[in-house]
Design a protein around this ligand. Structure first.
Ligand code: N7H
Length: 471
């Protein structure tokens, strides 16, 4: 069984959060740091504790109470630069022979060109156009604290910094906040997010709402014993790789584009066909021509769709291949073509939070962003080359995916990039299929998501923190 007291809470359960502060640090003194880490470990929230927190929030709501229960959850993860500084070896992507092409070992700065970010310079001297805080191997680790409100989280962060003392220095601190009132749970373009995450066999697959098949825990957790590897390295057991992306969203510009390119007079329809869901969360595969907020908020119906039947045979009338949800989880496009195992390996657990203020009247009137806002994207997987890196590079940024390479019987198509997250440096992206009446027609979509940094981290188990890293 899963050891829920050993796994950090965010990976399989999720730290309940209205706000979350990310404290990115560089280790100054390894001896001081190990001592501080030992003192910090009891405050790191486990999966079992996160479950208890979620239950108390659910019980509170059942009683009809709308007040927030003050709570926080602290998590920690390390980059390869951090583990190297601490003399820890053995955390790497299995099967990647060349350390210069292991995303974890080389770090996200070196991988940025590969995943489509803008920047300058040739080959391995490429410098991404990022916030300089995310410079090459600049960041050794991140402590992030999610919780109910700023006051409670700030107090927990102050306590954490006292424990850390002079062992680390801050590289950058970023605060994320869910959006206000009825937009809570919606990302900044306005779409309900956090609906589709993988369920795990033997953990939460019973009573799970209808949706994609549950996956093996080894898709998300490293160091799971198997017949071929009965005794995985202690540092890897119950850990997970965490991909962090600092993604700015150009919201007034996105809204203007929808206004200028309606489908059949309907701007909301264009947005829905770019995402794969309406703003309410209702899937366009279920309700292709108009939003249905009742479906959007109903867990029994909002993830129960598969792009199956005619759709999986190359049809784009209900949902284009370029839609964000179809590009990043092609469901029946794989399962109806004998590729269910391949699809399951690509599932990621998304745990991001929004940052930045609401669009101001001035920004809306001028269709131009003045303030920075977007998504502090976080996802977990046991292998970055199968999860985040693969989805971004080989699916979202690849104009040929999904195509006849998956099934030679499919009608040949060239879907273009993922309408939302597809990255082609700073260039506009060509996308096919947004207009259901003209499925072969293409649309040029400017870049509305601007990556400003990121790093690949490893999120160790409590036992690995105690017995290996702080040792
Ligand atoms: Fe995406 N968006 O608002 O358009 N995402 N995403 N994402 N995303 C999803 O189903 C969004 C990003 C995935 O199982 C929804 O939970 C934005 C990256 C995956 O059907 C919405 C950004 C990557 C899924 C958004 C962003 C992914 C998913 C629908 C950046 C990976 C589940 C809600 C600012 C490389 C697909 C839901 C499935 C869903 C949006 C980033 C991946 C609304 C704005 C970088 C796997």
């Amino acid at each position: 069984p899963l050891d829920l007291n050993n796994i950090q809470g965010d990976i399989l359960v999720g730290i309940p959060k209205k706000t979350q502060t990310y404290f990115f640090f560089a280790i100054q003194d390894t001896t001081l740091f190990r001592t501080a880490l030992l003192a910090l470990i009891p405050f790191i929230k486990t999966a079992a504790q996160a479950q208890a927190d979620q239950k108390s929030i659910a019980d509170h709501k059942l009683k009809g109470l709308t007040t927030l229960i003050p709570m926080t959850g602290t998590q920690i993860a390390f980059s390869n630069a951090g583990l190297t500084k601490l003399g820890i070896t053995g955390v790497a992507t299995p099967g990647v022979a060349d350390p210069n092409s292991d995303p974890f070992l080389e770090g996200q700065f070196k991988d940025s060109k590969n995943i489509g970010d803008a920047g300058t310079g040739p080959g391995r001297d490429f410098v991404p156009a990022w916030d300089p805080a995310f410079g090459n191997a600049n960041i050794h680790g991140v402590i992030f604290i999610g919780g109910s409100d700023h006051l409670t989280v700030d107090a927990e962060l102050a306590k954490t910094k006292l424990i850390l003392g002079l062992s680390v220095k801050e590289v950058i601190q970023i605060r994320g906040d869910t959006r206000p009132k009825d937009q809570s749970g919606h990302e900044h373009f306005g779409f309900l997010d956090g609906i589709s995450n993988p369920t795990i066999i033997g953990f939460n697959d019973k009573n799970a709402p209808p949706g994609p098949k549950p996956v093996d825990r080894s898709v998300l957790l490293t160091g799971q014993p198997s017949t071929s590897n009965p005794g995985p390295a202690p540092v890897l057991v119950d850990g997970s790789f965490l991909a962090f992306r600092y993604l700015f969203q150009l919201v007034p510009e996105f809204n203007q584009f929808l206004k200028q390119n309606p489908i059949n007079g309907d701007s909301e329809l264009l947005g829905a066909r770019m995402v794969g869901r309406w703003k309410s969360g209702a899937p366009i595969d279920v309700t292709p021509t108009q939003d249905n907020p009742d479906i959007g908020k109903d867990p029994q119906r909002n993830n129960n769709f598969f792009y199956s039947g005619e759709l999986a045979k190359g049809d784009q009338t209900r949902c284009p291949y370029s839609a964000h949800t179809r590009k990043t989880n092609p469901r029946a496009d794989f399962t109806e073509h004998g590729l269910a195992d391949q699809l399951n390996q690509r599932r990621i657990m998304r745990r991001g939070i929004q940052f930045g203020p609401e669009v101001t009247t001035e920004e809306a009137n001028n269709n131009r962003s003045i303030n920075g806002r977007g998504l502090l994207f976080v996802c977990y997987q046991s292998d970055l080359t199968k999860g985040f890196q693969f989805i971004q590079k080989t699916w979202a940024n690849n104009p040929g995916f999904l195509n006849t390479a998956v099934d030679s019987n499919l009608k040949p198509i060239q879907p273009g990039l993922d309408s939302i997250i597809g990255q082609n440096a700073d260039q506009a992206r060509g996308v096919v299929g947004t207009d259901p009446a003209n499925p072969d027609g293409s649309l040029t979509i400017p870049r509305f998501i601007v990556p400003q940094g990121g790093e690949y981290f490893f999120s160790p188990s409590i036992s690995a923190l105690k017995n290996v890293i702080a040792h």
